[in-house]
Each structure stands twice: as structure tokens, then as C-alpha cells.
Design a protein around this ligand. Structure first.
Ligand SMILES: Nc1nc2c(ncn2[C@@H]2O[C@H](COP(=O)(O)OP(=O)(O)O)[C@@H](O)[C@H]2O)c(=O)[nH]1
Ligand SMILES: [Mg+2]
Length: 221
């Protein structure tokens, strides 16, 4: 009983900080996405490939969530995009107060997009609102086509699914048709974009989705 109350309080506190973050972003006209996927699913690669096609570099800000190291922020910064690393220690997700604290150190003027790469994990990040306008779930072919059924929450709460590494389909038993059926079973009508580093496919489409979603939400209301 007591334990449940504690968890409820933590979630309530997180939600109220997330609402503050969302209000700040709306005021500044920044559209924010929360990228969620397993370690190695290709989240940083996706940002590296999509962002140069999305907008002028100075209009984007990236927050990189990891348990340790600044490696991902360094990868993004190497492409000329401002990136801040959030290291969570042992925490398996980014909580809203970490976003609030990071944004307080950043210059938001002229920014149109905030891209947050969450800690590699398909479970906990789906439960924590960080003030984003949309969640994007990233799943790679080697993880298997059954994952939407096994981790339904992240697929249900995300607006877009990016299926990465489709160049690896011939080397696995992954079925794109079965994957689409499984996504449809947990989130009917969900948009899926397929990407491949080897074939340069899909990245323009992801950039287009981000642009139209920002516009659809009235800049970042
Ligand atoms: N074959 C293949 N490998 C990829 C693709 N996208 C990413 N990778 C590789 O997957 C590994 C993990 O990628 P990374 O972006 O660091 O994943 P993250 O941990 O989700 O950020 C790296 O070695 C990437 O080069 C892809 O489309 N095809
Ligand atoms: Mg990464």
C-alpha cells in the first residue's frame, strides 16, 4: 500500500515537471521528440542521418541520455549540432527534471526542434513523460518482429515507429509483414518508416514526418 503511494507520488511529480517543460517549449516554439529504443537499435545513427536533412543545424538541439559516457553527444556535436549529454548513473530512463535542468543551461533562441535520445531501454522510458510532443519508438531488425507484442506500451504511446537496419532482413528470420501485423495489433494505424544505413533509405521520410508533425501541432503548441 505504502509502496504504491510512493510510486504514484514519483509519477505525479514527474508529470508536473514534464508539464512545465512542455509549457516552456511551447512558449519558445520548440517541437520536442523522445526517441526510445533498445541499446544498439540505431537511435544515434538515426539522428546523425536525419538531422542534416531536417533543418538548418542551429535550429536543432539534441539531449543525449545514457547511463555513462558522453560518446553520443560527441557523435552529434561532430556533425555541427549542439548536443548535451545527460548521464543518469544507474537510472534506466530520463526523468523530466533532468530535461528541465539541461534546458536551463541551453540557449533556446532560434531552436525549432529538440531531439531527446532516451536511455537504451524499451520499458521504463515509455512510462516517463519528459515534456515531449511525440515519442518515437526505434526498433532494429535483429531484435525480432515480435517485439511490439512483448513491449506494447512503448508502441502504444509512440506516434511513429522507425524500423532500422532493414538491410539485415536477408540474414535473419525477421518478417516485415509479420512486424506490421504485430504493430497493427497493439497500435492500429501506426505509421512505420523503414530505414537502412547501407541503402540510405528512409531518413528523408523521417525528416519529413518531423517537419509535418511540428506544423500539425501549430509550431509546438
Ligand atoms: N547494418 C546496419 N547497421 C546499422 C544501421 N543503423 C545503425 N547501425 C549500426 O548499429 C550500431 C548501433 O548504432 P547506434 O546508433 O549507436 O545505436 P543506439 O545505441 O540505439 O544509439 C552501430 O554499429 C551502427 O553502425 C543500419 O541501418 N544497418
Ligand atoms: Mg545512442
Amino acid at each position: 500500500m505504502t509502496e504504491i503511494k510512493v510510486v504514484e507520488n514519483i509519477m505525479k511529480l514527474n508529470d508536473s515537471v514534464a508539464a512545465e517543460v512542455r509549457a516552456l517549449l511551447a512558449e519558445r516554439g520548440v517541437f520536442a521528440v523522445n526517441l526510445i529504443g533498445s541499446p544498439g537499435s540505431g537511435k544515434t545513427t538515426l539522428l546523425e542521418r536525419v538531422l542534416p536533412k531536417l533543418a538548418p543545424l542551429s535550429e536543432m538541439l539534441v539531449l543525449e541520455g545514457d547511463i555513462a559516457t558522453t560518446r553520443d553527444a560527441e557523435r552529434i556535436a561532430a556533425g555541427g549540432i549542439e548536443a548535451v549529454q545527460i548521464t543518469t548513473g544507474n537510472a534506466c530512463h530520463i526523468a523530466a527534471h533532468l530535461i528541465k535542468r539541461s534546458l536551463a543551461q541551453c540557449d533556446l533562441s532560434g531552436r525549432k526542434y529538440l531531439l531527446v535520445e532516451n536511455v537504451g531501454n524499451l520499458v521504463c522510458p515509455a512510462e516517463f513523460d519528459i515534456g515531449e510532443h511525440a515519442k518515437i519508438v526505434v526498433l532494429s531488425v535483429p531484435e525480432g518482429d515480435d517485439k511490439p507484442l512483448k513491449y506494447p506500451l512503448v508502441f502504444q504511446t509512440s506516434a511513429l515507429c522507425v524500423l532500422t537496419k532493414i538491410d539485415l532482413v536477408p540474414y535473419t528470420d525477421f518478417s516485415i509483414a509479420r512486424f506490421k501485423q504485430n504493430v497493427e495489433a497493439v497500435h492500429p494505424g501506426m505509421t512505420i518508416i523503414q530505414t537502412s544505413l547501407r541503402q540510405e533509405g528512409g531518413f528523408e521520410e523521417v525528416a519529413g514526418w518531423l517537419r509535418s508533425e511540428r506544423t500539425r501541432l501549430g509550431a509546438a503548441a
